[in-house]
Ligand binder design. Structure first.
Ligand code: NAP
Ligand code: ZN
Length: 361
């Protein structure tokens, strides 16, 4: 633990919320001067994850209450402007990314296994986590500058479009990691529920891994895009007959939905021994009819982002396979409208803030 009084800091422009009902607005925050292990980066792009909205509005109060002011943003791509004397992995000018974590205990079983997201510490999340350097809470990527320990900074290939790469470090790794961990292979059939930020990345990865991909959407207008993104089939989930026709047909279901919905209908789509993986994090509980699991020895699982090593592996995989998010670039000042559109499912398929707009004032 660093003595907060002893750490020099500088001011940076940011966008954040003063309380759970406030609109996001311009504010100034403090960042520590880079310490020997730190990398300072100028933020170029930051994606808007639905988790930002959940936390800005304190929707996760039961398990991760929000401390205000809250500066969200954990899909960050930037250029290194300074590297501390021990931060030898990085140099000025490098294209880098910062995802959902900026620190962890580094000693627990999960950290030792490279699964820092499950740190028993717990991990220090990029925003709304305790800031052990300056006190208070960490501030995320809706800001012009970040200062992060090199161990939590990822390399981004110059072959990737930086705006399209930003969502990879949350939406990307959150879908890549469970598909790898639970063993999605060529020839498996997988259902992806919800075609938003996470869902559209899941479609791209599942297709790249050789699976048969079925998208379940509430938005008939997204069907054509789903096919373009890599789906083999699209099911409009409000169509009860179409849902029934899928019963017992899938090896996996990956559920990315951000709001309460009926998960039992998807459990019924699994084959015997199939696995339903929850990555969406609605604020309300989701009732599960247990017999849906019994009949068919099915499993229900969850997954949280991914570790640092696997996130780098995923970024390298994306560079090799030319995978990025489909993004709509916005100015920082449009963020409140983007949140409203996110709530309506009106996103194709990730809003990414061009941080130059913040610097322009
Ligand atoms: P998003 O871009 O808003 O996409 C969510 C999609 O869910 C929507 O586009 C919509 O797809 C569908 N949906 C929304 N409301 C629905 C409803 N009432 N009923 C059925 N479907 C609905 O959100 P995201 O950024 O991908 O995040 C999705 C969820 O994952 C959030 O809860 C977020 O907090 C969570 N998350 C979890 C992790 C993790 O580590 N596990 C990481 C990041 C995010 P259609 O229009 O296709 O139906
Ligand atoms: Zn996220």
């Amino acid at each position: 633990m660093t003595d907060s009084a002893a750490v020099p800091a500088f001011e940076a422009r940011a966008y954040g919320a003063a309380n759970q009902t406030a609109r996001l607005a311009a504010m100034k925050i403090r960042r520590r001067e880079p310490q020997p292990d730190d990398v300072q980066l100028e933020v170029l792009f930051c994606g808007i994850c639905h988790s930002d909205l959940h936390q800005v509005r304190n929707e996760w109060s039961s398990f991760m209450p929000t401390t205000y002011p809250c500066v969200p943003g954990h899909e960050i791509v930037g250029r290194v402007t300074k590297a501390g004397r021990n931060a030898r992995k990085f140099r000025e000018g490098d294209l880098v990314a910062v995802g959902c974590m900026v620190d962890s205990c580094r000693g627990c079983a999960s950290c030792r296994d490279g699964l820092e997201q499950y740190c028993q510490g717990p991990a220090t999340f990029t925003y709304n986590g305790p800031d052990k350097h300056l006190g208070g809470v960490t501030f995320g990527g809706y800001s012009e500058q970040m200062v992060v320990d090199q161990g939590y900074v990822l390399r981004v290939s110059d072959r990737l479009d930086p705006a399209g790469a930003a969502p990879l470090v949350c939406a990307g790794i959150t879908t890549y990691s469970p598909l790898r961990h639970f063993g999605l292979k060529a020839g498996h059939a997988i259902g992806i529920v919800g075609l938003g930020g996470l869902g559209h990345m899941a479609v791209k990865f599942a297709r790249a891994f050789g699976a048969h991909v079925v998208v379940f959407t509430t938005s008939p207008g997204k069907a054509e895009d789903a096919m373009r993104l890599g789906a083999h089939e699209v099911v409009v989930s409000r169509d009860a007959a179409a849902m029934l026709a899928r019963a017992g047909s899938l090896d996996f279901v990956l559920d990315t939905v951000s709001a309460p919905h009926d998960i039992n209908a998807y459990v019924a789509c699994l084959k015997r021994d199939g696995t339903m993986i929850m990555v969406g994090a609605p604020e309300q509980p989701t009732p599960l009819l247990g017999v849906g699991l019994l009949f068919g020895r099915r499993r229900l699982a969850g997954s949280l982002i991914g570790g640092i090593r696997e996130t780098q592996e995923m970024l390298d995989f994306c560079a090799e396979h030319g995978i990025t998010a489909d993004v709509e670039r916005i100015r920082m000042q449009q963020v409140n409208d983007a949140y409203e559109r996110l709530l309506k499912g009106d996103v194709k398929y990730r809003f990414v803030i061009d941080m130059a707009s913040l610097r322009q004032g």
